[in-house]
Design a protein around this ligand. Structure first.
Ligand SMILES: [Zn+2]
Length: 145
């Protein structure tokens, strides 16, 4: 319990205000990365969830053992709060046509595992608005984002 409490206290939290834009875990609302680190949407790729590419992330845990994903070496990335598998990190440049966005050491987070705070409301990462932020966020596990 003490270790878990310490980990929760150490998690990065982005400010939830009009000047802030960032991505969150769709299951537990753990904060993951700011819009400033967003590199783009991944191309359509057989067998891989379409997702959001970013250069860095916080509050995540990575598997130790790499696996091959379309000939690219990746490790699975989990939310460090709810432990859900939410994406992959490419540990070396991806030499696949159309995947120049996926150079080494970038993250690919699955669209359906993300939410996006756009400065005024919470949306799915594909842009559909799902929650209006009015009298505080409803449904957050900890009473805040
Ligand atoms: Zn989570």
């Amino acid at each position: 319990m003490a270790a878990a409490a310490a980990a929760a206290r150490d998690r990065v939290r982005y400010p939830v205000n009009a000047a802030s834009k960032f991505f969150l875990c769709s299951q537990c609302r753990n904060h993951l990365f700011p819009h400033a680190d967003f590199s783009g949407q991944s191309p359509s790729w057989p067998g891989v969830s379409q997702g959001v590419v970013c250069r860095a992330a916080v509050n995540v845990r990575e598997d130790d053992t790499p696996r091959l994903l379309h000939h690219c070496r990746v490790v699975n990335v989990h939310c460090d709060q709810c432990d859900r598998h939410i994406g992959e990190r490419f540990t070396e440049p991806a030499n696949v046509t159309g995947l120049h966005e996926l150079q080494g050491n970038c993250y690919l987070f699955h669209n359906d595992k993300l939410l996006y705070w756009d400065g005024s409301s919470l949306r799915s990462s594909t842009g559909e608005q799902i929650i209006i932020h009015e009298n505080g966020y409803q449904g957050a596990a900890h009473g805040d984002l």
